[in-house]
Write a protein that binds this ligand. Structure first.
Ligand SMILES: [Zn+2]
Length: 108
Protein backbone atom coordinates (compact mmCIF):
# COMPACT_ATOMS: atom_id res chain seq x y z
CA UNK A 1 0.00 0.00 0.00
CA UNK A 2 1.09 3.53 -0.61
CA UNK A 3 1.41 6.17 2.06
CA UNK A 4 1.52 9.87 1.29
CA UNK A 5 3.58 11.90 3.73
CA UNK A 6 3.09 15.63 4.06
CA UNK A 7 5.66 17.72 5.89
CA UNK A 8 4.25 20.15 8.42
CA UNK A 9 5.85 22.51 10.89
CA UNK A 10 4.31 23.00 14.31
CA UNK A 11 5.48 25.89 16.45
CA UNK A 12 6.01 25.32 20.13
CA UNK A 13 3.35 27.51 21.82
CA UNK A 14 5.88 28.69 24.39
CA UNK A 15 9.22 29.27 22.66
CA UNK A 16 8.01 29.10 19.02
CA UNK A 17 10.68 26.60 18.13
CA UNK A 18 9.73 24.93 14.85
CA UNK A 19 8.94 21.25 15.19
CA UNK A 20 9.03 19.29 11.98
CA UNK A 21 6.50 16.53 11.62
CA UNK A 22 5.64 14.22 8.76
CA UNK A 23 1.98 13.31 8.55
CA UNK A 24 1.24 10.06 6.76
CA UNK A 25 -2.05 9.26 5.09
CA UNK A 26 -3.36 6.20 3.34
CA UNK A 27 -4.95 7.56 0.15
CA UNK A 28 -8.50 6.24 0.07
CA UNK A 29 -7.74 4.11 3.07
CA UNK A 30 -8.56 4.03 6.73
CA UNK A 31 -6.99 7.09 8.35
CA UNK A 32 -7.14 7.34 12.11
CA UNK A 33 -7.66 10.71 13.76
CA UNK A 34 -5.81 11.33 16.95
CA UNK A 35 -2.82 13.18 18.18
CA UNK A 36 0.35 13.33 20.18
CA UNK A 37 1.51 14.78 23.42
CA UNK A 38 4.77 16.45 22.42
CA UNK A 39 7.63 17.72 24.54
CA UNK A 40 9.57 20.59 22.98
CA UNK A 41 13.32 19.93 23.02
CA UNK A 42 13.94 23.68 23.24
CA UNK A 43 12.02 24.52 26.42
CA UNK A 44 10.52 21.21 27.68
CA UNK A 45 6.98 22.54 27.20
CA UNK A 46 4.44 19.72 26.90
CA UNK A 47 1.46 20.27 24.59
CA UNK A 48 -1.02 18.36 22.40
CA UNK A 49 -1.08 18.30 18.60
CA UNK A 50 -3.89 16.81 16.52
CA UNK A 51 -2.53 14.54 13.82
CA UNK A 52 -3.72 11.81 11.48
CA UNK A 53 -2.43 8.31 12.04
CA UNK A 54 -0.36 9.13 15.14
CA UNK A 55 0.38 5.50 15.89
CA UNK A 56 1.57 4.17 12.58
CA UNK A 57 2.64 6.28 9.60
CA UNK A 58 3.03 9.78 11.06
CA UNK A 59 6.20 10.81 12.84
CA UNK A 60 8.13 13.67 14.39
CA UNK A 61 11.26 14.44 12.40
CA UNK A 62 12.84 16.99 14.72
CA UNK A 63 12.22 19.51 17.48
CA UNK A 64 10.20 17.47 19.94
CA UNK A 65 9.77 14.05 21.42
CA UNK A 66 6.49 12.15 21.52
CA UNK A 67 5.46 11.39 25.09
CA UNK A 68 2.12 9.78 24.28
CA UNK A 69 -0.55 9.49 21.63
CA UNK A 70 -4.32 9.25 21.60
CA UNK A 71 -6.83 7.84 19.14
CA UNK A 72 -10.17 9.58 18.62
CA UNK A 73 -11.85 6.24 17.86
CA UNK A 74 -10.80 4.94 21.25
CA UNK A 75 -11.75 8.29 22.75
CA UNK A 76 -8.84 8.42 25.17
CA UNK A 77 -7.74 11.99 24.46
CA UNK A 78 -8.88 13.50 27.77
CA UNK A 79 -7.31 10.64 29.68
CA UNK A 80 -3.97 10.95 27.89
CA UNK A 81 -3.89 14.73 28.32
CA UNK A 82 -4.76 14.43 32.01
CA UNK A 83 -1.92 11.94 32.48
CA UNK A 84 0.46 14.62 31.29
CA UNK A 85 -1.14 17.46 33.22
CA UNK A 86 -2.57 19.20 30.15
CA UNK A 87 -5.89 21.01 30.33
CA UNK A 88 -8.41 19.93 27.69
CA UNK A 89 -8.82 23.54 26.55
CA UNK A 90 -5.11 23.99 25.71
CA UNK A 91 -4.64 25.92 22.52
CA UNK A 92 -3.47 24.02 19.50
CA UNK A 93 -0.09 25.18 18.27
CA UNK A 94 0.15 27.06 15.04
CA UNK A 95 0.63 24.71 12.09
CA UNK A 96 2.40 25.60 8.89
CA UNK A 97 2.14 23.38 5.87
CA UNK A 98 5.06 22.62 3.67
CA UNK A 99 4.20 21.44 0.24
CA UNK A 100 6.51 18.53 -0.01
CA UNK A 101 4.66 15.31 -0.55
CA UNK A 102 6.50 12.06 -0.44
CA UNK A 103 4.90 8.84 -1.55
CA UNK A 104 6.33 5.68 -0.15
CA UNK A 105 5.23 2.10 -0.37
CA UNK A 106 5.09 0.16 2.84
CA UNK A 107 4.58 -3.49 3.50
CA UNK A 108 1.64 -4.22 5.78
ZN1 LIG B 1 9.46 25.23 23.23
Amino acid sequence: MEVVHRDEVVKCPTCEKPIHISVGRWPGGDNDSGGWVLKCIGCDHVFPVNVKNPDDVSRVDSGATILASWDNDIGNRAEVLAMHGIKEASAQPEKLLLLRHVVTTVAI
